[in-house]
Write a new protein. Structure first.
Length: 284
């Protein structure tokens, strides 16, 4: 009876925690939707600023519309190339960097295909630039996963508040492109991460059902008692609740962490179970 009362209290506590997370998620969603147009406008301004450095007369024979598109493509290409011209230090590199860069390259190829293999820019310019911007944001957001800003940049000659190009080196051009890339990828990465957090937490909108609350509490208790394998096995046998969904929900609520492929109670999870200040058996 005592254990039953404890479980009921933990389920109530978890339900309240989900309700609080729902409230925070709703505020986050509203702010994301409201701020997205501002972020998109900033990215457009960055692109137009970068476009000013493209020598459009070289590609004028393509016609103004296609010349402008080609100039925008060259801006994206030069900003992306600046990542490799000023690469990350070896100790900063992550295993996933190459995967993100490969996805970004695929998205840039899609931009090129949209620009030159379709007539969308002529027939439906509104749809063209909408798709172009979405692909560009996705591309820059992927680069943002691998991007690392530098400690110092050489931006060219300065005279008071004026900044001028150094004609004797291209280092200032590379550094300006790398710095511009940093602003662009940070905004794009923020947009993608924000919407990823919204759509990746759809379970929050309907909350956890009674069976899911029971399974979640059992899993937390199993982690505390070092019987997580047994709890997961019983959950799979019952088949009523997805183990993956349960773990994902608890991770979103920051009650568990995944460390080197192993599921562990977080500090917040220990506090949730009333184990604050106590060592949990098997937990570091």
């Amino acid at each position: 009876m005592e254990q039953h009362a404890i479980n009921r209290a933990l389920r109530t506590k978890l339900r309240d925690l989900c309700a609080s997370a729902q409230h925070d998620a709703a505020i986050f969603t509203v702010l994301t939707v409201l701020l997205t147009p501002l972020a998109v406008a900033a990215i457009i301004l960055i692109l137009l600023f970068a476009l000013a450095f493209v020598d459009l007369p070289v590609i004028d024979h393509l016609g103004y519309r296609l010349s402008f598109i080609t100039g925008a493509n060259l801006c994206l290409a030069f900003m992306a190339a600046s990542y490799f011209l000023r690469p990350k230090e070896q100790y900063q590199r992550q295993e996933s960097d190459n995967n993100w860069l490969l996805v970004a390259f695929g998205l840039f190829c899609a931009i090129l295909a949209l620009s030159y293999a379709t007539q969308l820019a002529q027939t439906h310019p509104g749809w063209f630039w909408t798709l172009y911007l979405l692909l560009a944001i996705a591309m820059l957001g992927c680069i943002g996963h691998a991007y690392e800003p530098k400690d110092d940049y050489y931006l060219g000659w300065t005279s008071g508040p004026l900044l001028m190009d150094d004609p004797f080196t291209i280092q200032d051009d590379i550094d300006r492109a790398h710095l511009t890339l940093g602003f662009a990828v940070s905004l794009s990465h923020l947009i993608l991460e924000s919407y990823g957090a919204i759509f990746g937490s759809r379970w929050l909108w309907h909350g956890l059902q009674e069976e899911e609350l029971t399974a979640s509490v059992a899993l937390l208790q199993g982690l505390a008692a070092r019987d997580v394998t047994g709890v997961m096995s019983r959950m799979r046998t019952a088949g009523k609740v997805s183990v993956v969904d349960t773990v994902r929900a608890l991770a979103k609520l920051e009650l568990v962490v995944i460390d080197k492929g192993h599921l562990k109670l977080s500090l917040k999870g220990r506090e949730f179970l009333g184990l604050k200040g106590m060592a949990v058996t098997g937990q570091p």
